[in-house]
Design a protein around this ligand. Structure first.
Ligand SMILES: [Fe+2]
Length: 384
């Protein structure tokens, strides 16, 4: 018998040009906003200026916090929360890729919860957050569709998500036109992150009928459209599909969770600050080879969703074909990374395996096949 909960309270505002509504939606939650963004990209593209103009049109006072870098730090979130409190901000607008949105969520949360955000990341309950508006410029993290904010503690190197119902964005504006200015290597890396979200949520022991439907659809959309936007970043039709799949990816990891791929990767980018999607590219095939025989029907369905003709194949053969399909996709996207090429060395493996158990046990235990610490070390070595 089916037995599950599904909860996703974010209003999704989807379509080309919809960023122009940011003032209107922000006005519903307050008159003082904080814009959380990166140092460069939204300035270079003119997007930050556009957002400021839309806020001015609605007479919303805004303060720009443009200190966000890839793999955002808990210390930046603490600075941002202090900034939000000092300026009396009521709404936090995350503008950019997953790093900007995750940082915005952390800031909105910490602005009303005392102490160190790392305590909340490791399970201390909070009691609220400032209102959050997410405007995503990448198709990767899916942060606009989930209650997660992945942050790295620079002292311990722990990279782990704050998961709190208070950090669901009130409104997420998903405007595919904003994605067309992404550099090609970021298109590939972020898109692969979205694919991993969908695959890991689908194979997750905690998946449910809603997340399964959404995850399979996301896998199908990404397989078809990620190579298109990679080859032609002006293909707005393909971008609109990718934008949808990205949000679906966020929704399914929110509901079902990630598994071994993210479990292994977070410790790598926590330690060495590598690009998340590139770390995943180095891990995904090894993770699938380790896992597919423990859930053959699901991996066979992944192969089918990725365009493999499985009609004359046994379930086991079809499942194995999901790995070939992923390898082909990685080739098309020029994602030829190993953990070695990203800077991981044999001397890091002990720390990585222990950190992975410390920070990502939940994800690893929900993988169809669950490795112990010795197997985790072997998996890392295979990715070198
Ligand atoms: Fe991810």
């Amino acid at each position: 018998m089916m037995n599950f909960d599904y909860y996703m309270p974010t209003k999704l505002v989807f379509g080309c040009g919809k960023v122009s509504l940011v003032g209107t939606y922000t006005a519903g939650f307050g008159k003082k906003a904080m814009i959380v963004t990166g140092r460069n990209s939204t300035k270079k593209t003119g997007l930050l200026d556009r957002v400021k103009k839309y806020l001015e049109e609605e007479k919303i006072e805004y303060h720009v916090f443009d200190q966000i870098e890839e793999n955002p730090l808990t210390t930046i979130v603490a600075e941002g929360a202090d900034y939000a409190r000092r300026h009396g901000c009521e709404v936090v607008i995350g503008l950019g890729g997953g790093s900007a949105i995750d940082a915005a969520k952390g800031i909105a949360f910490l602005a009303v919860n005392d102490g160190d955000i790392s305590d909340y990341i490791f399970g201390k309950p909070g009691h609220g957050a400032l209102s959050i508006i997410a405007i995503t410029t990448t198709a990767g993290t899916g942060s606009e569709g989930d209650s997660l904010a992945v942050l790295t503690n620079p002292e311990t190197k722990d990279k782990k998500a704050l998961k709190s119902p208070y950090v669901y964005p009130k409104v997420s504006i998903i405007d595919p036109e904003l994605m067309t200015t992404l550099p090609q290597n970021l298109i590939a890396a972020t898109g692969l992150d979205a694919l991993c979200h969908a695959i890991e949520a689908y194979i997750n022991k905690r998946s449910n009928p809603v997340s399964d439907v959404l995850a399979l659809k996301a896998i199908e959309i990404i397989s078809e459209n990620l190579p298109k936007v990679y080859a032609d970043p002006d293909d707005i039709e393909a971008w609109s599909h990718m934008a949808l799949a990205n949000t679906l990816g966020g929704m399914v990891i929110d509901s079902a969770g990630v598994t071994l791929g993210h479990g292994l990767e977070h410790s790598v980018s926590g330690l060495l600050n590598v690009r998340h999607g590139e770390g995943l590219a180095a891990i995904l095939v090894v993770m699938m080879e380790y896992s597919y025989q423990a859930s053959p029907v699901k991996f066979a369905n992944i192969a089918k969703a990725m365009g493999v003709d499985t009609s004359n194949l046994s379930v086991e053969a079809a499942a194995a074909n999901s790995i070939h399909a992923v390898k082909k996709l990685l080739d098309k996207l020029d994602l030829k990374f190993t953990l070695g090429s990203l800077g991981v060395k044999e001397e890091h493996i002990e720390w990585l395996a222990e950190n992975c158990i410390k920070t990502m046990t939940y994800a690893i235990s929900n993988n169809p096949k669950v490795p112990d610490v010795e197997e985790i070390k072997k998996l890392y070595r295979k990715c070198l």
